[in-house]
Ligand binder design. Structure first.
Ligand code: FES
Length: 122
């Protein structure tokens, strides 16, 4: 993680997502990058994961989020958005996660720090 807010604003891997107020009013904001990334609002805490379900090609931003768990709309697999862990079939592979930081009332995600290690349920 960067030490200062100015580092977040100036390092190219840290991408602005949206104002905090915008994410506070919704569950998810999808970034059209490769691979697509979704920033989640899990009860007021922000997390970022890959957007594409690891079972097939469904966007998880279109899913249903409750208590930090997103349910895929296609075959109903669930994932922890905090850790990326796959919690139920048919998905077995975790989602990659990314660091998130709020600076100057803007949500940033570090696209250069993609973490593919299997997450654990929190
Ligand atoms: S595409 Fe998500 S569970 Fe099948």
């Amino acid at each position: 993680m960067p030490d200062s807010d100015s580092e977040v604003r100036t390092r190219p891997d840290w991408r602005p997502v949206c104002p905090v107020a915008e994410l506070s009013g919704t569950d998810a904001v999808r970034l059209d990058v490769r691979p697509p990334v979704t920033v989640w609002n899990a009860d007021g805490a922000f997390y970022a994961t890959d957007d594409t379900c690891t079972h097939a090609e469904s966007s998880l931003a279109d899913g249903y989020l409750e208590d930090g768990v997103v349910e895929c709309i296609l075959h109903l697999a669930t994932f922890c958005v905090r850790t990326g862990a796959a919690l139920s079939a048919p998905a077995t592979e975790p989602l990659a996660t990314y660091p998130v930081r709020v600076t100057d009332d803007t949500v940033f995600v570090d696209l250069g720090a993609r973490d593919e290690t299997p997450g654990q349920q929190m």
